[in-house]
Design a protein around this ligand. Structure first.
Ligand code: URP
Ligand code: ZN
Ligand code: ZN
Ligand code: ZN
Length: 471
């Protein structure tokens, strides 16, 4: 099957150019001057399908490097399965997800990875890969880390929060980082001081402060800054490259920025919720409404200016990537578990379908360039997580994961029309300029003007190489 995408502007992390894209089978065959012919023959007449991208952007499919399909959390599980979550991703122009396989204290790492393969295999609409959560660092799990690279899992995540569930103490972190440095694994860190958070949260509940808003008060920015600093120093000590997930506090960004200025190999990711939503407006919504936005790290105060600072950090490269931390829970039967005690609200927001659109708004408002949009959402994720060459670029030989994006489109986000398995949207009523028109994954059209053509099982497991950012 050959497809020619004609008339569009191909956008990469480094520039934009008018070009036609020839797709042959699963890969990109050529990027050609507009209207190119082949030995005098009109190319369009010699392909099976022509996609007209006139007036539109042609970009590499999005890579969401932080999702939690079916994550067990707080006595329930994230409401998107791999099937529903990757279908929603496809609708939104994301053609690869990297989900977190889970090992909790007392479980074995390779059992956790096998369980994740079991959940995902044959069910995904788009390609998928895994990071490994190591939630119990001990001799067994350190030994098991030695097998991850061969499984195509070249990054793993530690938690400084959630004591008793996922948390590693400093001794465990040091041991895991030493091992990771040896193996070339990239250490990802949930950087919040969990024990201190638990003290503050218990005190708030004792004072009758049980509403979702107090989730944000208990998870104070000082505890994100402190943990980020500690993670940076432990990584420095052990020579382990470090990637801090879901950064939301401007003070944590400052820690990353100064570490980078000093030449340390550290990186940071933020998420759309930390760019747009706030402690006051969303977490502080009346009654129990704020539960929709209970996630960790929490939404931060707009009065303190965290949101503007995140945009700035994306421009200055103090932060390198935007992922969603997609971890959806319905209000009914799930978020409701925390009625009367915010500590029991399952943590997470669902956005996998909206990341490309939400980040494009930064182009519309002038916060970032078109090229930076592609870099933050696709090209850097590919390089950071060992997918480069195959994903994140429109170039000959790369997988034909291509999105045709219409800057003239317009939609309003709503739970009534989204495709995620959620009974509400964290983005209800949000107006989006721009529209994902066509989504192609390895040469197959998943979404076009007629709707959805994808299928569970099209998506394949992608074994990843080592991060390009190892030094
Ligand atoms: O609230 C969140 N982020 N839920 C998912 C688990 C995590 O900490 O990433
Ligand atoms: Zn986390
Ligand atoms: Zn997460
Ligand atoms: Zn069609």
């Amino acid at each position: 099957m050959k497809t020619l995408i004609t008339g569009g502007t191909v956008v990469s992390a480094t520039g934009r150019t008018a070009a036609d894209v020839l797709v042959d089978g699963e890969t990109i065959a050529a990027v050609l001057a507009p209207g190119s012919t082949l030995l005098g023959h009109d190319l369009a007449a010699h392909v099976d399908r022509v996609v007209d991208a006139t007036g539109k952007y042609v970009i590499p499919g999005g890579i969401d490097a932080h999702t939690h399909m079916e994550l067990p959390f707080g006595g329930t599980a994230a409401s998107d399965t791999f099937e529903t979550g990757t279908r929603a991703a496809a609708w939104g122009g994301t053609t690869t997800i990297i989900d977190f396989a889970v090992q909790r204290t007392g479980e074995r790492v390779m059992d956790g990875l096998a369980a994740w393969h079991e959940k995902a295999a044959g069910r995904c609409a788009v390609d998928y890969a895994f990071h490994q959560i190591v939630g119990g660092v001990d001799d067994d799990s350190l030994k098991a880390m030695e097998g991850l690279v061969a499984e195509g899992v070249t990054s793993y995540k530690l938690f400084m929060a959630y004591p008793g569930v996922f948390m590693s103490d400093d001794a465990q972190i040091v041991r895991a980082m030493q091992k990771a440095a040896d193996l070339g694994l990239l250490t990802m860190m949930h950087a919040e001081n969990g024990p201190a958070i638990d003290v503050l949260a218990a005190q708030l509940v004792e004072q009758g402060k049980t509403d979702p808003y107090f989730h944000g008060i208990a998870r104070a920015w000082q505890l994100e800054e402190e943990a980020t600093h500690r993670a940076i120093m432990l990584a420095d000590l052990t020579n382990a490259p470090l990637y801090v997930v879901h950064v939301s506090a401007k003070q944590a960004v400052a820690q990353l920025a100064s570490a980078r200025d000093e030449g340390r190999n550290v990186f940071g990711e933020t998420c759309p919720q930390y760019l747009y939503l706030s402690l006051e407006e969303q977490l502080g919504a009346p009654g129990f409404e704020g539960a929709k936005w209970v996630c960790s790290t929490p939404l931060r105060s707009r009065a303190e200016g965290h949101q503007d600072h995140m945009w700035r950090a994306l421009r200055t490269n103090d932060l390198q990537m935007v992922s969603t931390d997609h971890c959806p829970f319905c209000m009914k039967g799930q978020k409701e578990l925390g009625l009367g005690d915010f500590r029991a609200i399952p943590n997470g927001i669902g956005s996998v379908e909206h990341r490309m659109d939400l980040m494009y708004q930064g182009v519309v408002t002038g916060e970032i360039t078109l090229e930076r949009w592609v870099e933050l959402t696709s090209t850097t994720p590919a390089r950071m997580f060992g997918l480069h060459g195959r994903k994140g670029v429109i170039a000959p030989g790369a997988d034909a994961d291509v999105v045709v994006y219409d800057p003239a489109g317009h939609t309003t986000i709503s739970a009534a029309t989204h495709h995620m398995a959620m009974d509400h949207s964290a983005w209800e009523g949000f107006e989006v300029d721009g529209h994902v028109d066509v989504v192609m994954s390895r040469g197959e059209v998943l979404v076009d003007a007629d709707g959805y053509h994808g299928r569970a099982g099209h998506g394949r497991y992608v074994a990843r190489e080592l991060s390009q950012y190892l030094v």
